[in-house]
Design a protein. Structure first.
Lengths: 115, 114
């Protein structure tokens, strides 16, 4: 699996936007960019995923660089409940789009949100 | 989103005993289930992948005779830690996937082996 690089930790203030970067310079054409987060003592939770175009959902936005070698997860207004470890993961999809590779977790970014 | 449950949430056992952890997809049929292990302050490590009715595929370095996985139905997978020892103490997390790319994770089971 292609590797991702994330900062070990980031801090934010409540109600401010947070931009979590991820570098993936060896990404292949069939790799999707997935983001999951893990709150303390819980299982991971899906946040968002994308391939080439920027993506938005109710939780976050995903901005993908034109060359796809980096991406940024954007939390528009951080809350205390957003404090978690955020994982950026590359996952390939086989031809036909029905079979997916494994989710391999790296170290992630520990996000601390200050009141 | 879809819900995955695990039982028990926490278990303490004596060294040498076996422990079974259940993972259920509550509102969808999981074609594939995954088992992860997470040690304190570390990331999740994939242990094995299982498809309903098939033998599990274990990751390199994971002992299949020690970590028995049964995926008997589209909504249930079990992980049995056989002859558990203190070094097996960890946070065990299951995950399930239906047809799409999204994986849904259970809340985890904290195993403590005395």
């Amino acid at each position: 699996d292609a590797k991702t690089t994330q900062p070990n930790s980031m801090e934010s203030n409540e109600e401010e936007p947070v931009h979590l970067p991820c570098n993936h310079s060896t990404i292949s054409g069939t790799d999707y960019i997935h983001w999951y987060r893990q709150l303390p003592s819980q299982g991971p939770e899906y946040v968002i995923h994308g391939l080439t175009s920027n993506v938005n959902n109710r939780m976050a936005s995903l901005a993908i660089a034109e060359d796809r070698k980096s991406s940024t997860l954007i939390l528009h207004r951080a809350t205390l409940r957003d404090a978690a470890v955020y994982y950026c993961i590359l996952r390939d999809v086989e031809a036909g789009g029905t079979s997916y590779g494994k989710l391999t977790f790296g170290q992630g970014t520990i996000l601390t949100v200050h009141p | 989103g879809a819900v995955v449950s695990q039982h028990p949430s926490r278990v303490i056992c004596k060294s040498g005993t076996s422990v079974k952890i259940e993972c259920r997809s509550l509102d969808f049929q999981a074609t594939t289930m995954f088992w992860y292990r997470q040690f304190p302050k570390q990331s999740l490590m994939l242990m094995a992948t299982s498809n309903e009715g098939s033998k599990a595929t274990y990751e390199q370095g994971v002992e299949k005779d020690k970590f028995l996985i049964n995926h008997a139905s589209l909504t249930l997978s079990t992980l049995t830690v056989t002859s558990a020892h203190p070094e097996d103490s960890s946070f065990y997390i299951c995950s399930a996937r239906a047809q799409g790319p999204e994986q849904f994770f259970g809340p985890g089971t904290r195993l403590t082996v005395l």
